[in-house]
Ligand binder design. Structure first.
Ligand SMILES: [Zn+2]
Length: 447
């Protein structure tokens, strides 16, 4: 029934509550105290989860939502059965002393691997890595620590950045207002939203899940270390050199440190620190050359198939989006293009609109009826939505059902992923579409 269980706050899926697992979505949710039965509706005997939030999801938040739906999809409410407690430490769901003993004496190695997973990866200079680790385990010499050891007088325990609170690790690195602003600026810079965690260790353990892409995940971990390290250097300058802290310079320094080390681990990374300061896009979209060689070449469709390369793009961020697409046959002959504006939307929705527009235009053109259509996009999320009914966010159901209805015009329709670099013509048309007042569609189909 789900009446007694709190959707966000109780542990009812895995080991953590959904609020801990998806802090950003929790922050956006309309009802943080809601019970399970308030977070969806019955469709006959099937239960459909519905996430109501106070604003539109943007960027990677839609990916987080898809992840959360993947967890929720494993749980079905039952109208007949009342909520009950289940002992999660064994498979039978019933309390046994043996399983309690197992819980109280976990293998020590497991504990350490879990808490500090991802720290020792050699992505940043070792002094920065060691520093990050000591900060996370709360072992650096903050003023509060020096007071405890009798090195400083109790009157000297306060943080020299805000002068208000005691200087403890979690205060200094997260909760001190100026430093909280720096984290917020970094997170906004990457197009994400966040909910400030309780401590630095929690922040680190959630950090990794915020971005996608192998290189991007590395960069993101490096960013964590450089933020903490740069804050520490600034704090030392304030104490030992009586410097006045400048937070714009701090942000600049963090991005510069990140950029230098990104180039150290990936010499082909093309962006300079000023490129990154202007826009983080170059980092988000970059893939290393090995991936380029194996996957980035565009290929024409097979005989008697027709391929749309679609894309959504914007010129400035935040700013309006355009969508664009090119239709090819197996002789690499261009058969049609479109380019139009879709306004300000979430980037995944923009990509979805481009896919649906390509289907609509194909359905309007009799030449393409009963043919094999391929739609290629560089959005991993949208391709996974199109290929798997269960991955689709309910909120876009109109677009999905329109695509599904029109798909009957063709013999087949397949959705494939391409890398951004192989989709540049569609990207170019999408950018041209940003400021178009009316839709531009051109067919070059054989008579
Ligand atoms: Zn402070």
């Amino acid at each position: 029934m789900g009446k007694k269980i709190k959707f966000w706050l109780d542990n009812w899926t895995d080991n953590d509550s959904l609020a801990e697992k998806f802090p950003t979505l929790f922050q956006l949710s309309n009802d943080k105290e809601a019970s399970l039965d308030k977070m969806g509706m019955w469709d006959g005997h099937a239960w459909c989860w519905v996430f109501s939030r106070n604003r539109v999801l943007r960027g990677r938040n839609t990916g987080l939502l898809a992840k959360m739906y993947a967890i929720l999809s494993r749980v079905q409410l039952d109208k007949e059965i009342e909520d009950m407690l289940v002992w999660k430490a064994n498979n039978i769901g019933r309390f046994l002393v043996k399983s309690l003993y197992g819980l109280l004496n976990p293998s020590p190695s497991l504990n350490t691997v879990f808490s500090f997973r991802g720290i020792w990866r050699g992505l940043v200079p070792s002094k920065v890595e060691v520093f990050g680790w000591t900060a996370i385990i709360n072992k650096i010499n903050t003023r509060n620590m020096l007071v405890k050891r009798g090195i400083l007088d109790t009157s000297a325990a306060n943080c020299l950045i805000c002068l208000v609170e005691e200087e403890m690790v979690d205060h200094l690195f997260i909760h001190c207002y100026k430093h909280w602003l720096i984290w917020s600026k970094i997170i906004n810079w990457c197009g994400l939203a966040w909910c400030c965690p309780r401590n630095l260790a929690n922040l680190f353990s959630q950090w990794d899940s915020l971005v996608y892409g192998k290189f991007q995940k590395k960069a993101w971990v490096m960013l964590f270390f450089f933020v903490a390290w740069s804050m520490w250097l600034l704090r030392n300058d304030v104490i030992f050199k009586q410097k006045i802290p400048k937070y714009d310079t701090l942000f600049f320094l963090i991005v510069t440190r990140l950029c230098l080390w990104l180039k150290a681990i990936e010499p082909n990374f093309p962006c300079s620190s000023s490129d990154l300061l202007r826009s983080v896009e170059g980092l988000i979209r970059w893939t290393n050359s090995q991936t380029l060689r194996t996957g980035v070449m565009w290929s024409p469709p097979m005989t008697n198939r027709f391929k749309w390369n679609v894309d959504g793009s914007s010129i400035e961020k935040p700013g309006p989006f355009g969508i664009g697409s090119v239709l090819w046959n197996h002789h690499r002959i261009l058969l049609g293009i479109f380019s139009l504006s879709v306004g300000i939307l979430d980037s995944n929705v923009v990509e979805l609109r481009a896919v649906v527009k390509a289907i609509e235009l194909s359905a309007f053109n009799c030449f393409l009826h009963h043919k094999h259509i391929i739609i290629e996009s560089d959005s991993v999320s949208v391709i996974s939505w199109m290929n798997n009914l269960h991955n689709r966010p309910w909120i876009h159901h109109k677009l999905f059902s329109s695509a599904q209805r029109l798909a009957s015009c063709f013999d087949s329709i397949t959705y494939t992923h391409s890398y951004w670099e192989s989709n540049h013509m569609a990207d170019h048309l999408a950018k041209q579409g940003v400021h178009k007042i009316s839709d531009f569609v051109a067919w070059l189909l054989p008579p």
